[in-house]
Design a protein around this ligand. Structure first.
Ligand code: SF4
Length: 279
C-alpha cells in the first residue's frame, strides 16, 4: 500500500484549476487552426482568429480564457493500492478548488439553486471517483461553463429509435441551441447504460483529445456523420454563420437494458478546458 497525503491532492487541484483556466490545450488550438483553414464565412474566420488571440493572451498574461470560469468538475482515478492519509479526499479536493479560484482570481460561479446566494469559494466541486488498479492518483480538473451546460440534455429514447433516432435527436438539439453554447462547440455523447450513466459517459467523452480517432470504428463513423450534419446547419462560430459549428463529436457507449436507449448530449463550448496530474 502506498501512502499519499491528501495535502498533495489539494496542491495539485489548486494548480489544475488555474492552469485549465489560463492555458487552452494545444489540441484545441490545433482544431481552431484546422477550422480556420476550412471555414468559408469571413465572420467565422474572424471569430476563430479572435479565439486564437484570446487563448494566447490568457496563456501569456495568466488570466482566464473566459469570464465564466466554470463549475469545477474533478475526475479522480484512485489506485486501489493507495492509502490516503492526512484527511479526506473530498475535503482535499474542495480545498484545492477554493485555493485555486481564490489565488487565480477566477470567478466564483456556484450558488444556492433557490436563493441564488453565491457559495463564495466555487465549492462544492463535482467529483467523480473511479477505483482503478495501481498505486497512483490521477486527477483531471475540467471547469464547465454554464452556457454550454444549459444546452445539454439527457433523454430516454425507445429502442426502436435506433441509430437514426440518436442522430436526429443530437442534430435537433444543436440546431435548437443555436449560438447559446458559444460555438464552435464539442459535442460529447453518452449512449447506453442507465439515465445517470449516459450523462457521465457524455461528459467523459469530452475529455478525449481533439483530433484523435474513436477506437471503435462504428462510433468513429457515427461521429463523422453527426459532425457533418451539425456543420451543415450553418450556425458557425459564435452563431455568426459558417461551417464551423462544431469542432468534434465524441461518443462513449456501453450496453443498456433491453427496454431502453439512454442518450445524453453534453455540449462543450470553445473554452474546452481540462488539465490533469498524476500523483
Ligand atoms: S459557455 Fe463557455 S465560452 Fe460561453 S461564457 Fe460559458 S464558459 Fe465562456
Amino acid at each position: 500500500m502506498r501512502e499519499v497525503d491528501v495535502s498533495l491532492i489539494t496542491e495539485a487541484v489548486k494548480g489544475l484549476c488555474m492552469e485549465s483556466n489560463f492555458d487552452l490545450g494545444q489540441d484545441v488550438l490545433d482544431a481552431f487552426k484546422r477550422a480556420k483553414a476550412r471555414e468559408e464565412s469571413p465572420a467565422g474566420i474572424e471569430v476563430l482568429g479572435q479565439l486564437e488571440e484570446n487563448a494566447s493572451i490568457a496563456r501569456e498574461e495568466r488570466v482566464a480564457i473566459c469570464q465564466d470560469t466554470g463549475i469545477a468538475v474533478v475526475f479522480v482515478e484512485l489506485g486501489q493500492d493507495v492509502h490516503l492519509v492526512g484527511g479526506d479526499l473530498n475535503g482535499a479536493i474542495n480545498e484545492g478548488v477554493r485555493k485555486g479560484y481564490q489565488e487565480g482570481y477566477l470567478r466564483k460561479s456556484l450558488c444556492h439553486p433557490f436563493t441564488r446566494a453565491n457559495t463564495g469559494d466555487n465549492t462544492p466541486a463535482v467529483i467523480h471517483v473511479k477505483i482503478v488498479p495501481g498505486d497512483k492518483v490521477k486527477l483531471i480538473v475540467a471547469p464547465k461553463g454554464g452556457g454550454s451546460e444549459n444546452m445539454s440534455r439527457v433523454t430516454m429514447l425507445t429502442p426502436a429509435a435506433g441509430k437514426e433516432g440518436i442522430v436526429g435527436y443530437v442534430v435537433q438539439r444543436i440546431m435548437e441551441s443555436g449560438s447559446n453554447p458559444c460555438p464552435p462547440i464539442i459535442v460529447g455523447m453518452g449512449i447506453g447504460g442507465t439515465f445517470e450513466n449516459a450523462a457521465l459517459l457524455a461528459k467523459e467523452a469530452l475529455l478525449r483529445t481533439l483530433g484523435s480517432e474513436n477506437p471503435d470504428p462504428e462510433l468513429a463513423s457515427l461521429e463523422g456523420e453527426i459532425l457533418e450534419r451539425i456543420n451543415n446547419l450553418g450556425i458557425g462560430p459564435q452563431g455568426l454563420g459558417g461551417r464551423t459549428t462544431s469542432l468534434a463529436v465524441h461518443i462513449k457507449m456501453m450496453p443498456c437494458h433491453i427496454a431502453s436507449l439512454p442518450l445524453a448530449v453534453n455540449i462543450q463550448c470553445h473554452a474546452q478546458r481540462h488539465k490533469e496530474a498524476v500523483i
